[in-house]
Design a protein around this ligand. Structure first.
Ligand SMILES: [Zn+2]
Length: 175
């Protein structure tokens, strides 16, 4: 799922749990739970047929798809990151200070699996070197249900539902 959805759900966990360590751990858990709902993701234009590994299926990729990140990928990431950054400025500005730390760690935990599964060279080195990083990357691939780009309705349904619910919950605590 997009960075924004994961980050705001992590923030909502931080608001609810009010403890940095637990927010971080539950944040990691929330990432995989959310990813297991069908969604359009960064790699969706590469997918021909989707099927999550946790249901015993294997997504089929388009034979002609490039395996590296193209310009569109970076553009979407930039927009996604900018929106998430703006939303977080609002969250921190409006939430009482005693919640800042747990919100930060909740969001960090919720984003971590994607950072590890993202596979830039340094992460690839980390997953080779550290068993825990390789384990998180494997879990991520099993509990991940990305749809092809044409599945617009279900592609966005859960992402919007998660984001809206999390923001609605956080809004109850703002000053
Ligand atoms: Zn993910």
């Amino acid at each position: 799922m997009v960075l924004l959805s994961h980050a705001v759900v992590g923030a909502a966990i931080g608001v609810a749990v009010k403890n940095s360590l637990w927010s971080f751990l539950i944040g990691i858990l929330s990432h995989h739970l959310m990813d297991s709902f069908p969604h359009i993701d960064y790699g969706s234009q590469l997918i021909k047929e989707s099927g999550p590994r946790f249901l015993g299926q294997k997504p089929k990729l388009k034979p002609d798809s490039p395996r590296k990140f193209d310009e569109t990928f970076w553009k979407i990431l930039f927009v996604d990151f900018s929106v998430a950054w703006t939303v977080f400025l609002w969250i921190f500005y409006r939430l009482p200070e005693n919640l800042w730390l747990s919100v930060f760690f909740g969001a960090l935990g919720a984003l971590l699996p994607d950072v590890i599964a993202f596979y830039p060279p340094f992460v690839k080195a980390a997953t080779r070197k550290y068993k825990w990083a390789a384990f998180i990357a494997e879990i991520h691939s099993v509990f991940h249900w990305a749809l092809p780009i044409k599945s617009l309705f279900w592609g966005f349904f859960w992402q919007i539902a998660f984001t809206a619910s999390a923001l609605g919950y956080i809004a109850r605590f703002i000053r």
